[in-house]
Write a protein that binds this ligand. Structure first.
Ligand code: F6P
Length: 336
């Protein structure tokens, strides 16, 4: 098995389920270390025994390590991964990851490798599944942060700006904002200007509300704020944390409205730490199902649909990306 891309709470619960079910069937369980790069290096794998799988259910991160997908656009790189699978004599490769990881898994599958994907991402933006491992845990962190910010902002009559992850989609900010009672919600899907944000805050103050909470997903387009180019990460994606959009919004709000404004960036706090119960349960169920499917060779992925774990295909999971719908955004704005 391999875990790739950003880590997420619940990965170890999935690893544990896959490993325990496999050991029960008499299989040899191999953990490819540190994401896809582990397939390229002969030494970067570990045979996992019962002891390795013990005590990891509540642990955040991944015991086999992860990394951002290296640039793999050419057939030569794909071939090197296939050689890695063959060198390890893997009958099947279970891949736990988000859109980028599952897309690469799909290419391996199309090249003839037996691969099964499990959806994982705190961004909740994998298609064809109602559950992505890690999202519920990250959402709980966002909501707790909002609960804490509310009391401080209310005491000081200030504006709190909370920056969440979410480069391309705003599920964490939208659902976090709903559950945590954010007053202004900025998402990658729905561009706004800093004037819009300031206007809403001024209107709230005029209505007698002395404090406000703004939640912003890191990838949200905010017109009217000057920004330098965003640096790229190793997989070629803009590294949104470096954009510091929360800080830029807070600074602009303060100068435009005169309200004391402070930014909080949740960053990797959203990805680390113990998984909540639902992530543990779904990760265990998805992991066990992925192993069954891998043994049978009957599907290339597993997903949750209609509240049940079901076989799926990597194509279904990677053909599109679910965005926050307008109806949900409108609800955020209505109740905010
Ligand atoms: O994996 C997706 C994600 O959560 C994005 O929302 C975010 O842009 C990215 O991870 C940040 O990853 P890192 O901090 O590892 O660069």
């Amino acid at each position: 098995m391999v875990t790739a891309g950003g880590d997420a709470p619940g990965l170890n619960a999935a690893i544990r389920a896959i490993g325990r079910c496999a050991l029960d069937e008499g299989d040899v369980v191999v953990g490819v270390l540190n994401g896809w790069t582990g397939l390229l290096e002969p030494e970067d794998h570990r045979v996992l025994g019962a002891a390795d799988l013990s005590g990891i259910l509540p642990l955040g991160g991944t015991i086999i390590g992860s990394s951002r997908t290296p640039p793999l656009d050419d057939e030569g790189s794909l071939h090197r991964l296939i050689v890695g699978v063959e060198r390890l004599e893997l009958d099947a490769l279970i891949t736990i990851g988000g859109d980028g990881t599952l897309s690469l898994a799909r290419r391996l599958s199309e090249a003839g490798v037996r691969v099964v994907g499990i959806p994982k991402t705190i961004d909740f933006d994998v298609a064809g599944t109602e559950v992505c491992i890690g999202f519920d845990s990250a959402l709980a962190v966002v909501v707790e942060a909002l609960d804490r910010l509310h009391t401080t902002a209310a005491s000081h009559h200030s504006v709190a700006v909370l920056e969440t992850m979410g480069r391309d989609t705003g599920w964490l900010a939208a659902l976090g904002g709903l559950a945590g009672g954010a007053d202004v919600v900025c998402l990658p899907e729905f561009p706004v200007t800093i004037d819009d944000v300031a206007e809403q805050l001024l209107a709230r103050r005029q209505a007698g509300k002395l404090s406000s909470i703004v939640i912003v997903a890191e990838g949200s387009p905010i017109g009217g704020i000057d920004e330098p180019p965003i640096p790229l990460d190793v997989s070629g994606h803009p590294q949104m944390a470096r954009r510091a959009i929360g800080e830029r919004i807070a600074t602009s709000i303060e100068s435009m409205t005169g309200f004391e404004s402070r930014a909080t960036v949740l960053g990797h706090l959203q990805r680390g730490g113990s998984p909540v119960a639902t992530d543990r349960v779904w990760a265990t169920r998805l992991g066990a199902a992925a192993l069954a499917v891998a043994r049978e060779g009957t599907a290339t992925a597993v997903a949750v649909r209609g509240g049940a774990v079901t076989p799926a295909t990597l194509q279904e999971l990677t053909d599109s990306r679910p965005h926050v719908p307008e109806s949900l955004y409108k609800l955020c704005c209505l109740v905010g």
